[in-house]
Design a protein around this ligand. Sequence first.
Ligand SMILES: [Zn+2]
Length: 186
Amino acid sequence: MSDSNSTLHIWLYLHDDVSEMSQITLGDDYLIPLKNELLSFLDLDVKFIIEDTHTPGVTDIDYKVGPEQALVQWRETLQDHGLITWGLHKYLLVTRGDLSFTDKGIAEIEGQVGIASTTSYIAIGHEVGHMLGAVHEDGETFFEGGWWKNSYTNGGYNPLKGNAYRYSDANRENIKRHLARLIGAN
Ligand SMILES: [Zn+2]
C-alpha cells in the first residue's frame, strides 16, 4: 500500500492570531485525544501536520466575515496558493476566536476544507469529523463517569455537557465509508 492510500493527512494551518500559549496546549488538549480516537477505528495511519507559517494572504485571512463566506475564502486561498492535494488530505484553519457569536467552526461535509476555533476543546474534532463525513444527526450523548458527554460531531455546543472525545458509532461508520470512497477513487 502506498503512503498516499494508507495515511490520512490532516493539515492544520494556524491563523496568525493563535498565540504561542495555545500552540503549546494544542497537542495535549486537542490533537492527541482526536488522533487516538481516529486510530481506534481506522485501518489507516493519521498524521497531523501543523503549519505555523505566518504566510501573508494565507494565515492572516479575515475569518469573521460570516462562517460560509469565511469557508469559501479559505478554500480559494488554498487553491490560489496551490496548497490542496486531492485524496486523503484535509485542510483546517485553526483560529483563536470564534467565527461568529454562535459558530466555533465550519466545514464542508465530506469536503477538504474547514475552519475551527480553539475556544472549544472539541471544535477541531467536530469540524474534522464533518470533513470526514460525520453529521450532527448521527451525534450521540454518552453517560460516563457520572456525567453526560457529547460525541465530537453533535449539533450545538451544550456547556453543561462534557466531551466524550470520540465520535458516535454511527459517525465512525460514516467516516469509514467516506475514507473507503476516497481510497477507492485514488
Ligand atoms: Zn457541525
